[in-house]
Every structure is written in C-alpha cells, then in structure tokens.
Design a protein around this ligand. Sequence first.
Ligand SMILES: *Cc1c(COP(=O)(O)O)cnc(C)c1O
Length: 370
Amino acid sequence: MIPGNDPILLTPGPLSTAPQTREAMLRDWGSWDAAFNRMTHSVCADLVKIVHGENDYVCVPLQGSGTFAVEAALGTLVPRQGCVLVPNNGAYCARLIRILQRMGIAYVELTLREDEPVGAAAIEDALNRESRITHVAQVHLETSAGLLNPLDDIAAVCQRHGKSLIVDAMSSFGALPIDLRRGGIDALISASGKCLEGVPGMGFVIVRRSVLERSEGRSPSLALDLYDQYVYMEKTTQWRFTPPTHVVAALRQALDQFFAQGGQAARGARYTQNCAALISGMKALGFEPLLKPDVQAPVIVTFYAPRDPAWNFANFYAAVREAGYVLYPGKLTQVDTFRVGCIGAIDADELRNAVAAIDRTLKWLGIRVK
Ligand SMILES: *Cc1c(COP(=O)(O)O)cnc(C)c1O
C-alpha cells in the first residue's frame, strides 16, 4: 500500500471499485428527477441484457443489500402453500432456508458437503421423491467456499419437471455466463456491489414477466414486495420509497465500464487470470486451496489455514491490512480456513502484489505455512 492510499479489498463485496465509479457519486439526485429515473431505467435494461432476457424478463431493482432482494424474491414469487427444494452446500444456501422458515414456507433441504457441487441427478431424484416441491431455490456460486454449482444442468432438470427455478446469482452475475434464453430459470437475483463492480446498496431481481404478473398481493412484506415495486415503477417511472440515488449513479458508471471492457466474457476472463495468479502464488508459499480446480469459481478462493500454533487469523488479517490488502475470514463450519477474493477493479498484478504482501507478513509474524 502506498501511504495514505486506501487498502485493496480482496473481499467479494464490498470490493475495490474504479475511481470513475466513485466519482459518479459526487452529485446529488432528486427522486422525482426525470434524468435520474431514466438512469434507473437504463440500468435495469442493461442488467436484463447481460443475461439475454430481453424478451420475457423484467428487472426489478430493490433498495438494500443482496439478501433483501433474495428475501423479496422468495416472498413475492413463492405462494404460501408452495414447497421449495434447497440444495445446501454453504452459508448462503442456509440463508435461503432461514428466509423460508421465517415466512413459514415449506422446504426440502438437499444436504451436501461445502466442497461438493449439487448434481442435476440429485435434484431430479428429490423432485421424483417429493411431488409437493413446486420451486427450486439454487445458489449459483456458493461464496462460502467459492464453489460453482452447475446452473445449466439444474435449469434443464427444473424445466423438464415444470418446477420454478429461483437463482441466487449474487456473486456470479456479470462474471460467469448465464443465458436466460436456454430456459428453465424464472428469477435471477444479484446486487450492485459484486461482479458488476458498483458500490453496495441495491439488489435486483430479473424475473420472468408472466411469473411476476401472477404475484400480486402475495408478499408478506410491504417493503420487500417485488410486485408492488414493479407496478409502481411502471406506472410512475419512480422508485417506490426513497431510491439509493448515489448507488444507482455508481452502478450506471460501472456498467458503462463493464460494456466498454468487453462485457461478461471479458469480466470473466480477467477474474480467471486474477484467480490463477492468486492460486499459483499462494501454492508457491505452501498454501493449499480447499476446492478442486474443476469446481473452483474465479471469484473467491478458500485456503486452509497454516497448522503452525503461531497462526491467528485476526493478527494475520491486521498485519496484511497494514500491508495494503483486506482479506476475508473463512466461512466453513468444519475446517480452519481463510478466503481471498479475486473480484473488483483489480488485475492479476494486484493479486501477485497481494501474495508478496502475504509472504512478507508471514515471515514478519514468524508463521510457517507447512
Ligand atoms: C453476497 C451474497 C449474498 C448477499 O449477501 P449480502 O450480505 O446481503 O450482500 C447472497 N448470496 C450470495 C451467494 C452472496 O455471495
């Protein structure tokens, strides 16, 4: 870190943003301002375009972090008497279950290890076994470990069985290919401050218009009612309730950069390079990633913590923070790990610098990795 400079966030949201994105927040907007409402509209249209949903899908933005949008989607799109299959391989899957429990909606949990992607066959088995299942709620990229679930295969199974698929694509949207034209997905949820490299504060749900239009009066929550938010916006062009104006302006600017840099393919390629630089650098220091390469998504990497008794994540975190990089604690229940994100407005050189900072810090703290 250059003295006086902000540290680089190697966390999967909030993350390091481009200076132009932060500069886009230097003016104020009124919620009635026609230019602001046009900006919201253009952001939503672009979000739908990224996943090729132009014909049949609408984007409903929502104030709040990603979880607000997840809760809004489940509450608005699943009928009270529905039953949701939740394949569970991490903390964000478990959060889906907690939301369903709060709303009193029935669910079937498909329990997996935290390093084990769900197979389409396991989903098919569950659908055959439990005919009461009406919906599947699937986390695309389980950010707990950095695990990629096979979305296309899962969507194909849901389509074949006529089940409504709701996808938490929070940490994959914009970086990994998702194509709604392939069919099988009714709703996709993500947020401003992850792979789109905006600032946090706005979630959004890209939902099949015909499914949303059947959802009137269903949400148990006023603020999290996607149907009301959509209808109000269509009617007035404005947000229902105070909009996150600066977040929208930053996301508009971040999307301009996203398209100028080559869209999803380019974003995914940069993150893949970042991830490869991170893993090879950390391996050279003696660290082992938790996941096998074929299920590792290029967004966040979980490493086993050193066995050295001198290891203490809080001390290590603080020292690496001093060296200019913000790491992330592990989020696994079974093993001692820590995580390093490779998303944000950073390139592979930044990851190499981060590995060098980690190396210096370990030596300074006297920690042996192996
Ligand atoms: C970040 C994230 C969320 C939302 O978490 P918030 O803390 O509400 O932003 C949901 N699901 C996944 C997979 C995520 O990575």
